[in-house]
Ligand binder design. Structure first.
Ligand SMILES: Nc1nc2c(c(=O)[nH]1)N[C@H]1C(S)=C(S)[C@@H](COP(=O)(O)O)O[C@H]1N2
Ligand SMILES: [Mo]
Length: 367
């Protein structure tokens, strides 16, 4: 790492394994994860939805905030929040997962937010569809990309930028992107992008730009840092990579039993227990099955359904363990036949680690 993080070419600390560094712990304190005990519910309680904020959270006065459409539009305009609220409303539960979820389980790990399993959640998002507004602004014939620019500014690898991402006209036609200002029947909170963000259903979370201030139509592809310099699958440092887009098939369980305070190891007395959780995949693909490993075999879980095309699916498995130590796991298969792997393919930045969720459970005799 160069000593000055604001110099062009400034690198991140070395990838590593084992103990977490001071800086990783500081990032983890800012970017909280979901509580796994909420995985029995379709909607993640608002205050427990995970957070991933690269820079400082901008505190924006919604009374003066405007969203502007600019660049290669023939009829560019701006909208206040009051004007947006008068547009046709849509409320939809959408599951968001951070592309870095699972990074702490990748060896060697990339120096970044060290998520274990918890960077995923489902909220009821309220807003309006984006596509009709882009049409109203009349994109010019040669438009190749729409860039979505947030109000948060900072540095990464020595490069200053506003957080921004883009989608092509074809992606906009396919994805049912929403402009949202409400979360679970309440105003969007500052840390989740208030007063206005986008939601790109079925994709990893980086596409869902928060604190949205500007939409720019471009006649070339957008070259913003968060679009081209990161969020690419790369096997090694020379690999130009492929862009990270839709979520990979994955499932998580609500850890059974009760925890030990510091180790979080689980404990229960012998008897009946229901193992339950949630499973999801990208691009709206349905979950076809979830299996639970109890130490000797995979057992089919019962699927309890999903609320929406872009929301996760509930599942449960009734079990009656004898005393012993169990290394439980769950794995999902989606309608495209994609199966959650025991170990995910290596990625240099630790993106999209969808390896099975493992939980150790100690079952003891009834006294
Ligand atoms: N403006 C802006 N938008 C952003 C981010 C950010 O740092 N700045 N983080 C992205 C990433 S990586 C994720 S995973 C999601 C997280 O959304 P949440 O914090 O509401 O869960 O927001 C995305 N949108
Ligand atoms: Mo993310």
């Amino acid at each position: 790492m160069t000593s000055n993080p604001f110099e062009p070419g400034a690198a991140r600390p070395q990838a590593m394994d084992g103990a977490f560094s001071f800086e990783e712990v500081a990032l983890a304190n800012r970017n909280s994860g979901a509580l796994l005990e909420t995985l029995g519910q379709d909607i993640t309680p608002t205050g427990t939805h995970y957070l991933l904020n690269h820079f400082d959270v901008p505190l924006i006065d919604e009374a003066v905030h405007v969203l502007s459409f600019g660049g290669a539009f023939d009829a560019p305009f701006s909208l206040t929040l009051a004007e947006l609220r008068a547009l046709p409303l849509i409320t939809r539960p959408v599951t968001l997962e951070c592309a870095g979820n699972g990074r702490a389980g990748v060896t060697p790990r990339c120096f970044s937010m060290p998520w274990m399993y918890e960077a995923v959640g489902t909220s009821q998002w309220t807003g309006t569809l984006l596509a009709p507004l882009l049409e109203r602004a009349k994109p010019q014939a040669g438009v190749q990309d729409f860039a979505f620019i947030g109000a948060d500014f900072g540095f990464d690898k020595g490069q200053p930028h506003f957080f921004g991402r883009s989608l092509t006209p074809d992606q906009i036609a396919e994805l049912e992107v929403m402009l949202v200002w409400g979360m679970n029947d309440a105003p969007l909170l500052p840390q989740h992008g208030a007063p206005l963000r986008i939601i790109v259903p079925g994709w990893y979370g980086m596409a869902s730009v928060k604190w949205l201030t500007r939409i720019e139509a471009l006649t070339q592809r957008y070259q913003g840092f968060q679009q081209v310099q990161t969020y690419r699958y790369r096997a090694n440092a020379e690999d130009p990579g492929r862009p990270v887009t839709t979520m990979r098939v994955k499932s998580l369980m609500k850890p059974p039993g009760v925890p030990d305070w510091v180790t979080r190891q689980r404990w229960m007395q012998e008897g009946a227990v229901t193992i339950e959780g949630r499973a999801w995949s990208g691009g709206g693909a349905a979950i076809q099955s979830v299996e639970v490993w109890t130490g000797e075999a995979w057992h089919q879980a019962e699927l309890t359904g999903r609320q929406d095309h872009y929301a996760w699916t509930g599942w449960r498995f009734d079990w009656h363990p004898k005393p012993g130590v169990y290394d439980l796991a769950c794995r999902a298969t989606d309608a495209n036949g994609q199966v959650q792997p025991l170990e995910a393919p290596f990625d240099l930045a630790g993106f999209a680690n969808n390896a099975v969720h493992r939980v150790r459970l100690y079952v003891v005799e009834k006294p």
